[in-house]
Design a binder for this molecule. Structure first.
Ligand code: HEM
Length: 407
């Protein structure tokens, strides 16, 4: 892969560094989005900034899924981190991708996720019931992480007692899909990804020895009987589901409550009118997305309104920028649950064959979680440091968030 050229910088100043993008993704991208559709990404290809270009190019046949390119660019050439890319669905193309994804599509179908909603609501309510009036709660640990972890455990058939083990490993390993790690962090992440692999292998061995009436047993039986997935592919898809199902939604859950509590009138409106839950979730996913981007590789030279995206380059769709594109959203930097300019398919879940497999699950968790909070604890207050989602690439990092339930 050749290094990204800097055609843009000649007329508009030097493109931002990774550190600048990490420090202020919204500000930096707002500045550049006005000037150009794409900027060099500090040695890692290009960032696509505008909504219509993201929409148009994310499924363009001149681009293909990443394969192992991102791992290679970050100096990862072997081990369980590398295997996440070489054997997983997120980075696979065409028939290989379909083979790896299709065993999950039925279990995560929108209809089944609708049926899951009453159970999600009850889980959310019982988490809330554990809070004492006057108590200050770590909302991320006590609610935002718990609901998604319980849901993915229930769907896959993972024991609830394993939640602390698999979530901690998943939160660490998921940094692989971000720019929030340095080369010296790689051994620790490799150890945690290996821990996740060992965990998934133990579960699979258990189901192989004693099949149960759960998703994992059926998945394993079908995958092995039909011989469609290799042993490494089987284990990596389970890991992908655990990572996909935990970190992204905990960030979105915390972020949506933080945005609402920071805009108290809108929070109170949601508390008064449950019909506003869905628009509030949509707006929160736009305003501060828990996934900042998704990437592909250019297979040939592409001209994007005068910016050359050369063949072989990593092309990163900056969803975080597209979701604040002033060409689509009026006053994009304003959090407004009443806005009427949302697009039909929410861009935060990507597009095309790789569009998020867990969208219906994520929406069910976010909506039922918010509905339970609005109904049960309308007087909730945020205390301490304001919550933040940090990072400009892939899965964003989740900060701390404390809330208090007044007496
Ligand atoms: C708010 C929460 C979530 C957000 C913002 C989100 C976002 C995304 C995005 C942007 C992609 C890549 C799409 C593309 O490249 O076109 C993706 C893929 C994926 N997501 Fe999610 N996701 C969320 C929750 C979940 C959940 C709860 C699961 C649980 C199963 C999940 C599982 C996956 C999987 C397996 C893929 C890979 C799909 C493929 O490559 O075919 N996600 N997600």
């Amino acid at each position: 892969m050749s290094h990204a050229n800097s055609t843009v910088s000649l007329s508009t100043g030097a493109p931002p560094t990774i550190a600048e993008l990490e420090a202020d993704p919204h500000g930096v991208m707002r500045h550049w989005r006005a000037l150009t559709p794409a900027i060099p990404h500090d040695g890692y290809g290009f960032l696509i900034l505008r909504a219509t270009d993201v929409d148009r190019l994310i499924n363009d046949a001149r681009l293909r899924p990443l394969g192992t390119e991102l791992a290679r660019l970050r100096g990862i050439t072997e081990g369980t981190l590398f295997e996440f890319f070489s054997e997983g669905m997120l980075t696979a193309d065409g028939a290989v991708h379909r083979r790896r994804r299709s065993p999950f599509t039925r279990a995560f179908a929108a209809r089944l996720m609708t049926e899951l909603r009453p159970q999600l609501r009850r889980s959310a309510e019982s988490l809330i019931e554990a809070w004492e009036p006057g108590e200050t709660i770590d909302f991320v640990a006590g609610f935002a992480s718990r609901l998604p972890a319980q849901a993915i455990a229930g769907l896959l058939g993972l024991p609830l007692r394993d939640i602390p083990r698999f979530t901690e490993l998943a939160y660490s390993a998921s940094r692989l899909l971000s720019f929030s790690y340095a080369p010296e962090d790689i051994p620790g992440m490799e150890a945690d990804m290996t821990g996740l692999r060992t965990y998934a292998e133990e579960l699979l061995a258990d189901r192989r020895a004693a099949p149960r009436d759960d998703f994992l047993s059926t998945f394993l039986h079908d995958a092995e009987q039909e011989g469609e997935l290799s042993p490494a592919e089987i284990v990596v898809q389970v890991i992908t589901m655990i990572i996909g199902g935990t970190d992204t939604t905990r960030g979105a859950m915390a972020s949506q409550l933080a945005s609402l509590l920071q805009h108290r009138a809108q929070w109170q409106a949601v508390c008064r009118d449950p019909a506003l839950v869905r628009p509030a979730v949509n707006e929160a996913l736009r305003y501060e997305p828990s996934v900042a981007s998704t990437s592909r590789l250019a297979q040939e030279d592409i001209d994007l309104d005068g910016v050359k995206l050369p063949a072989g380059q990593l092309i990163t769709f900056a969803l975080i920028s597209a979701l604040r594109d002033e060409r689509v959203y009026k006053d994009p930097d304003v959090f407004d649950i009443h806005r009427t300019d949302h697009v039909r398919l929410h861009p935060v879940f990507g597009a095309g064959p790789h569009r998020c497999l867990g969208e219906a699950l994520a929406r069910a968790e976010l909506e039922e979680g918010l509905a339970a909070l609005a109904a049960r604890v309308p007087d909730l207050e945020m205390v301490g440091e304001p919550f933040s989602l940090r990072g400009h690439f892939g899965i964003r990092r989740v900060g701390a968030m404390r809330v208090r339930r007044p007496h």
